[in-house]
Unconditional design. Sequence first.
Length: 657
Amino acid sequence: MSKTAYKILVANRGEIAIRILRSARELGWATVAVYTESDRSHAGFADEAVRLEGVAVFMNPSAIAAIAHQTRSSHVHPGYGFLSENPALYDALAGCTPPISFIGPSPETLRIASDKMLSRELAASLNINISPGTRVSSASDVLTFAQEAGYPVMIKALDGGGGRGIRVALKPEDVEEAFKRCLGESPSKQVFAETALIGNGWNHVEIQLIGDGTGAVNHFWERECSVQRRFQKIVEMAPSRLARTAVQPLVDASCSMARSLRYKGLGTFEFLVNALTKSWVFLEINPRVQVEHTVTEEVVDMDLVRAQLLLFTPGTTLRSLSLHTIPPPPVCFAIQLRLTAEDPAKNFQLSPGSIHPSDVTWPAGRGVRVDTWLCASPNAPQDEWTVGTDFDSLLAKVIVRGKTFEETTQKAIRALQEFSLAGSVKTNVQVLSGVVGHPDWMEGLVDTLWLERTLEGVLEAGKHMLRMESTKGLELEQSTHSKVPVPQFRGSGPTTLQPGSLFNLTLLAHGENASEMKHTVMLSSIKQNAFPDLLSGTLQTSLAPTPLAFTLTQSASASVAGTGGFELADPNNRSHIGCPLSGKVVELHPALQSEKGGVVKKGEPVIVLSVMKMETTVVAPRDGYVKRTGKGISVGKILGEGSLVCVLEENEFTSKL
């Protein structure tokens, strides 16, 4: 089969789908994308595109295999996340007639590599260091393990990743809730516990491997990913600043495991290395292309995805690709900054909304690369992009390369200063700027808990770095800590507003003894948007018990009662428990499910929300009695920020609790 006869379906979305499609097209392969109605920017980069019935199809091996068969695809690339570590997709594709190639390891390898306990057992069998750990099926199992291993204990989903399915218990009282949340974030409902090696000099270092399935493997050195928040990587770099003598044992261990698996394709072998004691342990295998593969590409000067695709053509080996010899150690540095739609001023909660092409300015110049899904293709120009709760919050990866660590860091600072985003969607740009602008970053004093320990200083450093860039008198407050230069309006068209936009309203009556009254206003729907000339739609507000339809013009305004599904919490009413962020309800306290209400104790979970597959618990701020549950609140519903969860009142009984 000639190269032009290959046809690849990319079973993913966003920046990684675009990344894979571009490499495939450069090889002359025909390309197929899959997309959902509200998320289609990557589809324009493919020769063909198939619309999915819903987000859930991304996780359905049979459905993806059926689409691949219908489009006569010869290969399927899963990207990262979704089905990338699921042997069922490999099996479904192999069962097609003719069989379709899965671009990834064999199902036998996936079953070991994607299971954190099985991969630990493999490492132990090869005399590779691991931390104490065990499978657990209940909170009591975790407590038993902790009695022997000590605290802190890390509880992990066997199939977690990207910060999901990970909780740390510092003491016995933390175990039950931590176990419950990990179980809720695990697709397979399987969990294990291990000694928590966090902070105190522990660095997260990973080795980039490639294999051809014959037992031949090679590596492309290491990356360091120690800048994390809640075990989610935020900033990555290559190479690490560790001595080569500290890196070599990790390389040797990775190659040993990869050979024993007869590994095929790209893979990452992850470790924890203590910069103070020089000790290290194996952590896990990621049997797929990684989000941070970009920094390795920059320092070894090669297209990893292209090499991965070619390995899945007949007769291709590492030797035939001239990839069988170890590359020399990197002589330059690269840094990747994950730009996300998260608001640091609101505890990094997701910031949903619409983004128009004219809203965003990307950095450019020598040694600057931006991988993003916020881009239009020649085949499918796009009017706007939607940031929602269906997928993760990643907007873009800003990658910079320089000859030295110092030069690369300065380039990262400059790139972040050039970025701007107008509209309601907030980003973590201040945090990223603060990381690379912080003295600890420059001095190499960063471990896996550094960001959480130093967040206040990072935000302050970020504010300083961003304000060094000339604002030319045009600023938009990005958070309570920073101001980022952006245009006041987009130049043409309406001001950026969308359903779900939430505003805080402060009323102050005239008079000497006047007090502040705080309220919330949320746009439920928008009928017409030509603001400031005209804005109409419906809104919900804590000023009124029912939703209101409104029309706002420069000369007159009017409002009439409408209908709606939820209530807004009144910030002035102490008994109102409001929803702190948008998300799907996955669990409710029994008192909220009973028509008669019930008693809730301080610190008990009132509601559990799932946002981007991670669960957030809202606890009772005090003892009380649930007088009533907020309108429309039930398991499975999507709540907006500020929605009324329940009315929690004190009575004679709860006052004695």
